[in-house]
Design a protein around this ligand. Sequence first.
Ligand SMILES: N[C@@H](CCC(=O)N[C@@H](CS)C(=O)NCC(=O)O)C(=O)O
Length: 213
Amino acid sequence: MMRFYGFFRSSSSYRCRIAFNLKGIQPDFVPVNLRAGEQRDPAFLAMNPQGLLPALDTGRGVLTQSLAIIEWLDETRPAPPLLPADPVQRAAVRAFAQIIACEIHPLQNLRVLNFIKQNYGLDQDGADAWARHWIAEGLTACEAIAARRSHGGAFTFGDTPGLADICLIPQLFSADRFGLDSASWPRLREIRAACDALPAFADAHPARQPDAQ
Ligand SMILES: N[C@@H](CCC(=O)N[C@@H](CS)C(=O)NCC(=O)O)C(=O)O
């Protein structure tokens, strides 16, 4: 049996939950409370030396990094596909996902916000403003990319949901949490509405998780 280590509010855990739901699989869930610092417990560090969520114990080894977990899932359970078949389109979807996972999310992550507060004299408002800056800049690029493709279907890259949407929806949730107004990203709002209508996305929402606080 697979075991998934996550936290309701962690957006990289949220990405994996959407992917599991789209694939119709339900790993056992093990909550790791980031607020309580459980990601730094020796038992968790033994599994993921980075001390970050999520982690997936596949029964044949532990996987970390949400994009690696999601691509492994897609390779081992190909239907429905989370990436397009065409190599150029696959690269475009991965690039969109990486804007979020590599350029936005790391700069608003808990450990980075704690570090800038502890070492650079920022209070909570200052750290939140930092996070808002990087989220807004990244999502503005995502809006431009998604708007260029808006004739192509309800989702970011076509008429079925995939890796780009899996990354986008949790990032929009974080944008809300940091107090950003999504009005300036109309295409992203349309995509979000299409995703929200699907149980795979709705059931993965942080508020619907057993460890939600
Ligand atoms: N690139 C990693 C990011 C992992 C990550 O930063 N996870 C956050 C939660 S979304 C975390 O565990 N933060 C704990 C901390 O900052 O101490 C992924 O996609 O899995």
